[in-house]
Each structure stands twice: as structure tokens, then as C-alpha cells.
Design a binder for this molecule. Structure first.
Ligand SMILES: [Zn+2]
Length: 84
């Protein structure tokens, strides 16, 4: 079971970004580097939108040094996961 990053659409998060109460789980997306419950403070909606725009404007950089991008990683394509 994997979860989708709500910022970049990366579909292989090990933990859900937010628990059932809407609190961040402090999962860090290896793709965009967003930490749920931290980088979305104090304004969740603005935090997510700003982070996503920065990530896109900086050229879809892979964040994690420990986790490698998936084979045939398609950062633009994975943004479509957010529309589902
Ligand atoms: Zn992400």
C-alpha cells in the first residue's frame, strides 16, 4: 500500500501524508522534500501550493539523497495523480 504525495503527485509514499484527523504525519516526500505537518504550517493550502510551485519552477528536482527516483521517473506525468 502506497500513498500519493499531495504536493508533487509522487505515488510511493510509505505513510499517508495526513492522518484521519487531518494532522500531518511528518512523512517527508523523497521526491519534492515536503514534510507533512511541518512545511504546511501555518497555512496548509498555501503551504502546499507554494511548495508545489517552487518545486515545478526549480525544475522538478529529486529531493532525497537516500531514496532513488523510480525507474523512468516522470515528474510532470506524476502531477496527473493529483487530479484523480
Ligand atoms: Zn512530493
Amino acid at each position: 500500500m502506497y500513498y500519493i504525495c499531495e504536493i508533487c503527485g509522487y505515488p510511493y509514499l510509505n505513510e499517508p501524508p495526513y492522518d484521519k484527523f487531518g494532522y500531518g504525519t511528518y512523512e517527508i516526500c523523497p521526491c519534492c522534500g515536503f514534510e507533512f505537518g511541518y512545511d504546511d504550517y501555518p497555512d496548509k493550502t498555501m503551504g502546499i501550493v507554494d511548495w508545489r510551485n517552487n518545486w515545478i519552477n526549480n525544475g522538478f528536482k529529486w529531493f532525497s539523497k537516500h531514496t532513488s527516483p523510480p525507474v523512468n521517473w516522470d515528474p510532470k506525468g506524476q502531477l496527473d495523480n493529483l487530479k484523480k
